[in-house]
Design a protein around this ligand. Structure first.
Ligand code: PGA
Length: 252
């Protein structure tokens, strides 16, 4: 059965000292909590992954990377490979975040390659996608989401999905303070699950965790996570504060 997940995407925030501190705070707060099976993940920037992995040892806190390169190794100055992530104890990678798509030109085709590489190295993938405001205004949000998922993932065999988590993040809700309503999130998540079921069958579709991302805060997490097809959240801004993050982790 699918798991509830709360993942903090720290983006380009938190230096070494701040990473140590926040990891320690989160570790401490989840130790005292009945997580009811909820997985808790943080994704610091590359240079602080080792510190975060060390700081979360022997705790329930997991560490993910925010990105990786599609090639196994080679002359790609400034890039980080799947093997490198594995070698420092990272088991999960976020791919396809809208900021990577918008600012770094990541396309569906490139993301399909990255997904393949990550899975080949036995990394779990948190795959992000979501429509822009103009798409939603034009009533095209389902078509956009469907094509993003199909283009990057639907070449995969069914058994690959045990290592994939989906994160629906409407671009208009990321970092804007504007959240999709719980109903909008539920409608889209149900659509995503149906799209998966149509191709891979309901067993796969029902077993995959689908996270919502976009201005999730302590004040709205409970309502959003309360929807049947929402299995947690990918949290940006609110994941930088230990108390806010903990309130979201315990919102189920
Ligand atoms: P936000 O970011 O929570 O700050 O809106 C979410 C994300 O980008 O994953």
């Amino acid at each position: 059965m699918r798991k509830n997940i709360v993942a903090g995407n720290w983006k380009m925030n938190n230096d070494l000292k701040a990473t140590k501190k926040l990891v320690k705070q989160i570790r401490k707060s989840i130790k005292k909590t009945d997580l009811k099976g909820t997985r808790v993940i943080v994704a610091p920037t590359f240079v602080n992954l080792i510190t975060a992995v060390k700081g979360s040892k022997k705790s329930k806190l997991e560490v993910a990377a925010q990105n990786m390169h599609q090639a196994n190794n080679g002359a790609f100055t400034g890039e980080v490979s799947a093997e490198m992530l594995k070698s420092v104890g990272v088991k999960t990678v976020i791919l396809g975040h809208s900021e990577r798509r918008a600012y770094f030109g990541e396309t569906d085709a490139l993301l399909a390659e990255k997904v393949n590489t990550a899975l080949a190295h036995k990394l779990e993938v948190i795959f992000c996608f979501g429509e822009e405001l103009a798409d939603r205004k034009a009533g095209k949000e389902e078509a956009v989401v469907e094509s993003q998922i199909k283009n990057a993932l639907f070449h995969l065999e069914a058994n690959a999905y045990k290592n994939i988590v989906l994160a629906y993040e409407p671009v208009w809700a990321i970092g804007t303070g504007e959240t999709a309503s719980p109903e909008q999130a539920q409608d889209m998540h149900a659509f995503i699950r149906k799209t998966l079921a149509d191709t891979y069958g309901s067993e796969i579709a029902d077993s995959i965790s689908i996270l919502y991302g976009g201005s999730v805060k302590p004040a709205n997490a409970k309502e959003i996570f309360g929807k049947p097809d929402v299995d947690g959240g990918l949290i940006g801004g609110a994941s930088l504060n230990a108390n806010d993050f903990h309130a979201i982790v315990t919102a189920f």
